[in-house]
Ligand binder design. Structure first.
Ligand code: HEM
Length: 478
């Protein structure tokens, strides 16, 4: 009898507890954010460049901000502290990638290491990339390719120096960077192939990037509605046309490649090519151009840097080698400053929470899309004095690096999904810049003043300088 009364009380107490838990206000505190509209959420507030729109919104709503893109919650982190919590404390919970329509199409159903879901397949790919791209033997052969491509870059620019004509730095540097990457992927020199036109490669890659990053309505609305809007707006057809143009171009390259006696599995090669020439090439070129732009705008820094380079490397060198990269300390500060103000991928690659987490006292629901706004962090006056100014010396007495340990500077991301190509990317970037700055002096075209340099940005994943940087090179004489 006593036992059954006891069980009865236990049951009633449990019931009361459950009811109370339901009635009491939940401890979950969602982050603040701009008020959205029914159905579309905050999509109407997102115009222009996403990183800069989100930066402005974060100044009003704080370093953890919740938006809704259709039915998908998107949380934006815009401070060093919140980025650290998201990418370090909760690395395991935030290292998934969302399955977006454009990514799926261009990566042969998420076969690309950068867009595949976190799990066994990703770990396998990561191992393979480590072996294929970053083994000591590969590094050695890369070094030779890079130096040779550096020579070609200098040769091309020397022609313009002789006639004192303008060089479009994006074109010259794209040819250098894509030349290196394509040779790494195929072991073949593409400057000598009639069927490869670097300008065309660049246009196709740009189209692919726009499609991969474009916000398709299918990503944010329940299947039927998004599907319909993407078809009416032409988004679906644009993506598919760009994909088919790129695939047939690669097919052509592969056919030619096979004629040259090499046989490889087609689909792997197509994915590998896209992956190899797209993200890595563009990020490196973007940073070289922003750096040259800032140097042109700041003659004091340009002079100091060229003096360091020429003093440390000595006069009349015929070729820049990788040993030279270690000698130029000031250039490393200049590149850090360039990454701070112009991170090539300001929102990193999109991530998704695998479970509910808490950041800065706020609850971030499971399956939220996550954006780390490194652009906002790079301009945060709480981290940087005179944050808007280009001052490389700010790094001279600090240990801040860009390897993912200092959350105020994250050009390569941090944690499990950070960039595995950082060393390779840095070597390309430093060698490219060193060649430009050792051999040539640079000036603006006649009639153009420093104040006329346009600093507008453009792009989707990689944010580049909108208006081409065109400068006149003069061969330096010692
Ligand atoms: C200056 C040059 C480069 C920059 C600034 C850069 C930047 C980035 C960034 C921001 C991410 C996303 C990180 C995140 O979500 O936390 C990323 C991912 C990635 N990068 Fe790079 N990158 C560069 C060069 C390269 C190179 C040369 C390669 C390979 C040859 C490469 C391969 C990758 C891959 C495979 C991923 C995806 C990693 C994953 O999802 O697991 N990158 N990169």
């Amino acid at each position: 009898m006593i036992m059954s009364i006891y069980l009865y009380f236990l049951f009633i107490s449990l019931l009361v507890l459950i009811i109370f838990k339901k009635l009491l206000p939940s401890k979950r505190k969602l982050p603040p954010g701009p008020t959205g509209l029914p159905i579309i959420g905050n999509l109407h507030q997102i115009g222009g460049l996403l990183h800069s729109t989100l930066h402005k919104l974060s100044l009003e709503h704080g370093p953890v901000m919740l938006l809704r893109f259709g039915v998908v919650p998107m949380v934006v982190f815009s401070s060093k502290e919140t980025a650290k919590e998201a990418l370090k404390t909760h690395d395991l919970e935030t290292c998934n990638r969302p399955k977006l329509v454009g990514n799926g199409l261009f990566t042969h159903n998420f076969k690309d290491i950068g867009f595949t879901q976190y799990g066994e397949e990703w770990r396998e790919m990561k191992k393979l990339v480590g072996l294929e791209l970053f083994s000591p033997q590969k590094q050695k052969s890369f070094r030779y390719i890079r130096e040779e491509e550096g020579d070609l870059l200098v040769k091309e620019i020397s022609k313009s120096a002789q006639t004192q004509t303008l060089v479009d730095l994006r074109k010259a540097l794209y040819s250098f960077a894509a030349g290196v990457i394509l040779r790494l992927a195929f072991g073949q020199n593409f400057h000598e192939c009639d069927f490869i036109d670097m300008d065309r490669v660049e246009v196709l890659v740009q189209e692919a990037e726009t499609s991969v990053c474009a916000l398709a309505f299918t990503d944010f609305f329940p299947t039927g509605l998004g599907w319909l809007v993407d078809r009416i707006s032409g988004q679906h057809s644009r993506m598919n046309k760009a994909f088919s143009r790129l695939t047939s171009f690669f097919q052509h390259v592969i056919d030619e490649h096979k004629k040259a006696g090499q046989t490889q599995d087609r689909s792997d090669l197509v994915s590998a090519m896209l992956d190899m020439i797209n993200r890595p090439t563009k990020s490196g070129v973007t940073t070289m151009i922003w750096t040259m732009t800032e140097l042109t705008r700041h003659p004091r820094i340009m002079n100091k840097l060229q003096e360091e380079i020429r003093t440390k490397l000595g006069s009349n060198k015929e070729r820049i080698t990788e040993e030279d990269l270690e000698k130029v300390e000031y250039m490393k500060l200049v590149i850090k400053e360039s990454f701070r103000l112009h991170p090539p991928a300001p929102l990193l690659l999109p991530r998704q929470t695998m479970s509910e987490i808490e950041v800065h006292g706020y609850t971030i629901p499971k399956n939220s899309m996550i954006k780390i706004n490194t652009y906002a962090i790079g301009r945060d006056p709480k981290c940087w004095t005179k944050a808007e100014e280009f001052i490389p010396e700010r790094f001279s007495d600090t240990s801040i690096n860009f390897k993912g340990q200092h959350f105020e500077l994250l050009p390569f991301g941090a944690g499990r999904r950070s960039c595995p190509g950082m060393a390779l990317g840095m070597a390309n970037l430093e060698l490219g810049l060193l060649n430009l700055l050792y051999f040539f002096d640079w000036s603006l075209p006649n009639g153009m003043a420093i104040e006329d340099i346009d600093m507008d940005e453009a792009g989707d994943l990689n944010i580049a300088k909108k208006v081409p940087l065109e400068l006149v090179p003069t061969l330096h004489h010692w």
